[in-house]
Design a protein around this ligand. Sequence first.
Ligand code: KMH
Ligand code: ZN
Length: 277
Amino acid sequence: VIVTPPESPLVLTAAIVGAEVTRAQTPHLPITAQELADEAARCRDAGASVIHLHVRNADGSPSQSSELFGEAIARIREKTDVIIQTSTGGAVGMSVDERLGPLVCKPEMATLNCGTINFGDDIFVNTRPDIRAIARRIREAGSVAELECYEVGHIHEALALLKEGLIGEPLHFQFVLGVPGAIMPSEEVVRFMRSQIPAGASWAVAAVGRHQRPMTELAIKLGGHARVGLEDNIYLEKGVLAEGSAPLVARAAAYAKSLGREVVDPDRARRLLGITT
Ligand code: KMH
Ligand code: ZN
């Protein structure tokens, strides 16, 4: 029997664009700064307190340009008070320098990818020296790191970073599950990954494709946080495209409320995540 205290607050993150999904796959993908801002506001209304942000060039290709991030962040800020978590993962094949572009904007949060994996037919490279360099730059930007762990060993790498003083507590883990070539999601996997993180750390699950809904619900049941959105999954149901990320957020929020979990607003999420800027 899983017992989650009803008052246990839930942070929902919306990954509204990512670097890989194309307009050919779904017409509902936001691309321009205005589209990103409109989608961020819709997700906030649906229950998201964090927006995991990538940006695109006008032709839809992925970018880590500080100018494009600056524009998107400014537009989002005009519309809504969500926590903006910029990607430092970018797209496979980008150099570390290129990936660090958004940190110029001093985002409240930034991702820190904690290891290398096969990423479909590509390799998402995060060498140990690269991870440390990115961690230093996130700290210099004054951003709170979200620790993206695609494998169990990535958690242990994050703990090494903590020991080395490169990241501080409380730690925030995102278990990214179901990337083709990396660990597949299951309840056992989530429970084991959760068992590896220190007391006081928060954890969330972001699962890819058809795994998104069941793993979101599992994380919510087990007392974790969750990430949904088009970056990881473009379908609401089998064969039915989600009309943006907001419907996916709304469904996760409704599920959480049905279990008595409180879906928090951005200010409460800031306090939970230790964001003080
Ligand atoms: N696009 C992936 C290769 C992150 O945002 O930090 C990496 C990614 C992770 O999306
Ligand atoms: Zn991402």
